[in-house]
Write a protein that binds this ligand. Sequence first.
Ligand SMILES: [Cu+2]
Length: 468
Amino acid sequence: MNRREFLASAAFGAVSATAVSKVALAALPEPMIVTSPETAPPRVPDTGRPYNPVVTLNGWTAPWRMNQGVKEFHLVAEPVEREIAPGMIARLWGYNGQSPGPTIEVVEGDRVRLFVTNRLPEPTTIHWHGQRLPNGMDGVAGLNQKHIPVGKTFVYEFVARRPGTFMYHPHFDEMVQMAMGMMGFWVTHPRNRHPAISEVDRDFCFLLNAYDIDPGSVTPKINEMLDFNLWTFNSRAFPGIDSMNVRLGDRVRIRMGNLTMTNHPIHIHGHEFEVTGTDGGPVPPGARWPEVTTDIAVGQMRQVEFIADSEGDWAFHCHKSHHAMNPMGHDVPTMIGVDHRGLVGRIQNLVPDYMLMGERGMGDMKDMPMMLPEETLPMMAGHGPHGPIGMGGMFTSFKVRRDQKPGDYSDPGWYEQPPGTQAYEWTGELPEPARFASERLNRGEVADLNRTALELQVRRPTGGGHNH
Ligand SMILES: [Cu+2]
């Protein structure tokens, strides 16, 4: 029975059925609340046009209700508890139980209705970053709509007009609300085959975010503008970020959006990628070039693609070295080369907890048993098959395996390198380092370049004097 036949039959007496369905459809779709920070498997659509779903790193995709051809979602803005990494829970604001909120996945041309319930202690709105939509649906409080008061539900409705990679976040008191973790990902899949959008075997997405949470506390300092201490992928810091696990030969897409206050040069090891799309749309194939790092500016989105053709556990991280670290003091003086022998014991007589840092670099910090306040992550953490990894923050690994099954996103464990393919210690004779003769001259090791035994062509000045 199509809709017209249904309405016709309703007119002939099936009034009660119509009334019941109207009541059911008038009710809000039940919001799905998730409290786990685990990476959910891809959500294969059970209604609407089919598509190849994304996997949200340490996140999940929101279910929808199909209501007379409209996809209905229900987002609940609310305080949440987010495990940033094992050992640290933060009190953030987010959507439907987590920060970031669920990923919204729809298909180009879908009509989408989003119910947004405000359970925060202050008003909010949602801006649908990158979307083409009616002006009144763009979510900027005051400019496009009234703010959503505490306890109220607003409805946004528009057609997802262009395929691509988008995000959503508040546009009311956004300095506070984004510093508290309110954001989410949005993917609009193409309706048909698209000349600039490849079909991929694995499609990952996550947001780049940052928090300033004092050691021992659980709430971000919302007035911080630059000096953040937690650099996260989807509100998770290494070693809390799941690895991205793929099968050898897979075409992989990774979509990222930056909602921090600084840029992040995101870097992959062992492969080259191309930027195939931004929040402005797909990049035409002829305009792409190979990279191993792409800088993602504040408010930008980038999608990168490549063939995972090299087996192993490959690092994937922000190339700003301070962003691949967990909380540390940036005002600690540099101690490299300072001789502290005998000093620590004497200081510890006065200050029992005194700890020496950084005399030979800070690599030792990775296994230093420090007294950390509760809810604080060590600066560097994570253990690999070959020892401590010594990283934190925006760092994870990209695992390529020959025997990873299609559609299997589970962690295959550590890569076993073929014998003879790992860096190893040299135990043979070491030759004397050869130095340029001029360097030896400067060190006073030789008096005259012409008499050194080094094979070095020195052009003698033909004339007198050294005026050149
Ligand atoms: Cu960074």
